[in-house]
Design a binder for this molecule. Structure first.
Ligand code: UD1
Ligand code: CA
Length: 474
């Protein structure tokens, strides 16, 4: 993957306070597309095949350290470690804290925990530009570069220095090319430079960016890898910026899906907060949210306002509006909807709902940890929990499995071709034999034989010519 043979060690600066978020939650734990900002950066580092990732924490360190997950795609031996920076004396001081845990033989890539959308191939290009013996800076041109460090070049174009905005002259402030905050540099060059930093500048901070001057003085080549995609270097400082980057990111994802052939009713009202895979001819109406891992088979249609997480939906299935599918992690908890199934509107599929081919789930039906075989139907107002329903079972309106005795959950088995009438209570554990019928309003507490009609309710009584009481006059 990485062109240079040298190992890559990533340093992620995440000690800053993030005052402008005005939140108790540390800034880098705020979420973009369902993942903490810092998690995006750690996952990118894993995608880079990094040898180790050193996260510099300070403000909210305990929470930040506890809030991170091991990246899904980390290679074997991927090590994430935390180094504390107390107090926070600048970006140079932040990277100094990592020196004891950085091997001398690697290329160090410096990232920020609040810049979530840098792409792996961009960083690979930066590492190639570093080439194991240069200082490589990721840069970009901004129409309004206010606040950023400027890339100062000589007449011939060679990078000479990064000048922080607060230290820059009026002439330097005209420079549009800025430093993104991301660099790649061999550890053996970086370490002695870090040791020489001082804080004699407008902010009284140890600037990491001062290493450029040292490189130039020593004749180490400094190369700028300039990109044009601002999203990749966008940092988050405020809720407004977080929402803006979220929308920009979602729009980009939406465009990628449409390019694959997915038909989105409105790319501005489409959110993926995880992994979505779509086969051919998928149609998605407005305001749908996909999270965790979701697979949509060929020709699947998703109605408006559906929220779907951790689910596999088979070819030709239709999910009608306002359906909530909330599968869990792993095969057992994942929700499965079979080919040609119809679900919703207003249906709720919870962890472990497994629906076979052409199952119908109607409005206000909740299914949890239950299997429904091909052709089974529960069309109205029902609860199916901890149950298995055989093929072609018809499960009447208002019926429920009473699966919980107050202490334990029990299983309901409804064999093939059973007809459950309306408003039945199936008190688990209980089995309804194949082809049987349960009369409406029954409370079933005992197993029933195959083919039998079972009615378990008070016998109907009629009193002829009944006179209703009349209101007494005072
Ligand atoms: C930095 C760069 C600037 C660049 C800009 C890009 C320096 C001196 N300047 O400026 O050239 O244009 O990024 O966004 O590096 N942090 C710590 N410990 C500290 C200070 C900061 O961990 O003591 C972390 C912050 O949490 C943040 C990152 O480092 O994640 C960058 O710090 P920030 O203060 O935002 O840097 P800028 O002043 O924006
Ligand atoms: Ca600063």
């Amino acid at each position: 993957m990485v062109q240079s043979q040298q190992a890559v060690d990533v340093v992620i600066m995440a000690a800053g306070k993030g005052t402008r978020m005005k939140s108790k939650l540390p800034k880098v734990l705020h979420r973009l597309a369902g993942r903490a900002l810092l998690q995006h950066v750690v996952d990118t580092a894993a995608g880079l095949d990094a040898r180790r990732v050193v996260v510099i924490t300070g403000h909210g360190a305990m929470e930040v350290e506890a809030g991170l997950a091991q990246p899904a795609r980390a290679r074997a031996g991927f090590g994430m470690e935390f180094v504390r920076q107390e107090p926070q004396l600048g970006t140079g001081h932040a990277v100094q804290q990592a020196v004891p845990v950085l091997p001398d033989d690697g290329v160090v890539v410096v990232l920020s925990g609040d810049v979530p959308l840098t792409q792996v191939d961009t960083l690979q290009a930066l590492i190639s530009a570093c080439g194991g013996n240069k200082l490589a800076l990721l840069t970009i041109e901004f129409a309004d570069p206010t606040g950023y460090g400027r890339i100062e070049r000589t007449g011939s174009g060679a990078v000479q220095a990064i000048v922080e905005h607060k230290d820059a002259s009026d002439a330097q402030r005209q420079i549009k090319e800025i430093y993104s905050g991301i660099m790649a540099v061999p550890a053996r060059l970086l370490k002695p430079w870090l040791a020489r930093l001082d804080n004699k500048n407008a902010q009284g901070e140890y600037y990491l960016t001062d290493v450029v001057k040292f490189a130039v003085a020593e004749g180490v080549p400094v190369v700028a890898h300039k990109i044009s995609d601002a999203l990749q270097v966008a940092g988050i400082n405020s809720p407004v910026q977080l929402a803006e980057l979220e929308r920009a990111h979602q729009l980009r994802q939406a465009q990628a899906f449409m390019e694959q052939g997915v038909r989105l009713a409105d790319p501005a009202r489409f959110d993926v907060r995880g992994q979505l895979q779509c086969a051919q001819d998928v149609e998605i109406d407005v305001n749908c949210i996909f999270s965790g891992s979701v697979q949509l088979g060929e020709g699947v249609r998703i109605g408006a306002n559906c929220v779907i997480s951790n689910a596999r939906i088979g070819a030709g299935a239709v999910i009608h509006p306002y359906t909530h599918i909330e599968g869990g992690h792993g095969d057992k908890e994942m929700v499965e909807v079979g080919p040609g199934a119809l679900v919703g509107p207003f249906a709720r599929l919870r962890p472990g709902a497994k629906l076979g081919q052409e199952v119908h789930i109607g409005n206000f039906v909740e299914v949890k940890n239950a299997t429904m075989a091909a052709g089974a139907k529960a069309n109205h107002l029902a609860y199916v929990g901890d149950a298995s329903l055989g093929e072609r079972v018809n499960y009447g309106a208002g019926s429920i499995t009473a699966n919980y005795d107050g202490a334990n959950k029990h299983q309901t088995v409804i064999e093939a071709d059973v007809h459950i009438g309306s408003n039945c209570v199936l008190v688990a554990p209980v089995t309804i034999g194949a082809g049987g019928t349960v009369g409406g309003g029954s409370t079933i507490t005992k197993d029933t034989a195959p083919g039998a009609l079972t009615v378990a309710r008070a016998t109907q009584v009629s009193v002829a010519n009944w006179t209703r009481p009349v209101k007494q006059k005072k």
